[in-house]
Design a protein. Structure first.
Length: 110
């Protein structure tokens, strides 16, 4: 059984999954930076704002990735973006967790 599309072909589903993964990754990075800033008193920027940004971007990546996974017709390697959707969901959860921890720390230290 051969795949319907080429390995490097960008299908709309793959683009949506990649976009979701990038949004979730940005949320996880912002959450990690906000958590690192909340650990010490030194640091530039608003910790609470970074935590809230991570708490917004993480679920966006999670939901878009979930929609891609739910609507995928085939398995991995068929061009439906299933792998990217799963990665987006996992990274979105990580971003949400980091943002939540950073927000809790910023409230405790404020």
């Amino acid at each position: 059984m051969s795949p319907d599309v080429g390995v490097y072909t960008l299908t709309p589903e793959r683009i949506a999954a990649s976009l979701a993964a990038v949004v979730a990754l940005i949320g996880a990075i912002i959450g990690g930076l906000a958590l690192a800033r909340s650990a010490g008193s030194a640091g530039v920027g608003n910790r609470r704002r970074g935590a809230i940004a991570a708490l917004v971007m993480g679920p966006i990546g999670l939901v878009i990735g979930g929609v891609v996974v739910a609507t995928a017709d085939g398995g991995l390697g068929t061009g439906n973006g299933l792998g990217g959707g799963i990665v987006a969901m996992m990274v979105g959860l990580i971003g949400m967790a980091l943002g939540g921890l950073a927000l809790a720390r910023s409230r405790r230290t404020a």
